[in-house]
Design a protein around this ligand. Structure first.
Ligand SMILES: Nc1ncnc2c1ncn2[C@@H]1O[C@H](COP(=O)(O)OP(=O)(O)OP(=O)(O)O)[C@@H](O)[C@H]1O
Ligand SMILES: Nc1ccn([C@@H]2O[C@H](COP(=O)(O)OP(=O)(O)O)[C@@H](O)[C@H]2O)c(=O)n1
Ligand SMILES: [Mg+2]
Length: 177
């Protein structure tokens, strides 16, 4: 059987989505991920990046930096009253951090699942925190916990022009959906 012309397929796809109100996750959703100082010290940066790459997500921003207390207090503004906050500041400013922005469908929620519970003792096997850490105060990575949080953190850590728009040629079909 001959295949339908592309424009017919596109119209049918569009009509199907409109009629059945199918919500397709945006392939452009972004999240902020950081390898914390303990992860960098333990040379886990490559393994963390590998997990998101092999899942199929796209890296759009990356830098290694020494975090200032000012940046950190804005990043963790909801935690400043917590008893562990002074230790958290000391930990997060103790050495370089690798800051990244990743892109893909449902990425915020998926990356949280891949990172695992805040406390590695409660994290499921197979998550980054369960596989690489033992204690909540040295839990290797940060991942944004909501869409709003991701947008706020990306703007805080990156200049817009440091984020690259590029096409994964192997994903051109899914990005059209
Ligand atoms: N009880 C604790 N003792 C020591 N450190 C803690 C404790 N609770 C949280 N932290 C540290 O503070 C960080 C921020 O806590 P938060 O509640 O935001 O967890 P999270 O969202 O899983 O982590 P992150 O925001 O770094 O991704 C934790 O990742 C952890 O490093
Ligand atoms: N009881 C806790 C809770 C959080 N933290 C640290 O604070 C970070 C941020 O806390 P959070 O509540 O945003 O948790 P996550 O989003 O990191 O999972 C954690 O990742 C830990 O590094 C801690 O040291 N002790
Ligand atoms: Mg958090």
């Amino acid at each position: 059987m001959e295949s339908l012309p592309l424009y017919v397929t596109s119209i049918v796809l569009w009509l199907t989505k409109e009629l059945f109100q199918i919500s397709v996750p945006s392939a452009k959703e972004r999240t902020f991920i950081a390898v914390k100082p303990d992860g960098v010290q333990r040379r886990l940066v490559g393994q963390v990046i590998h997990r998101f790459e092999r899942r199929g997500f796209k890296l759009v921003g990356l830098k290694l930096l020494q975090v200032s207390k000012n940046l950190l207090s804005q990043h963790y503004c909801q935690l400043t009253k917590k008893p562990f906050y002074p230790d958290l500041v000391e930990y997060m400013t103790s050495g370089p951090v690798v800051a990244m922005v990743w892109e893909g469908p449902n990425i915020v929620q998926t990356c949280r699942m891949m990172v695992g519970h805040t406390n590695p003792a409660e994290a499921h096997a197979g998550t980054i925190r369960a596989d690489f850490s033992l204690h909540v105060s040295r839990n290797v990575v940060h991942a944004s916990d909501s869409l709003e949080g991701a947008q706020r953190e990306i703007m805080l850590w990156f200049d817009g022009h440091d984020l690259l728009k590029w096409d994964c040629i192997d994903q051109s079909v899914t990005s059209e959906l």
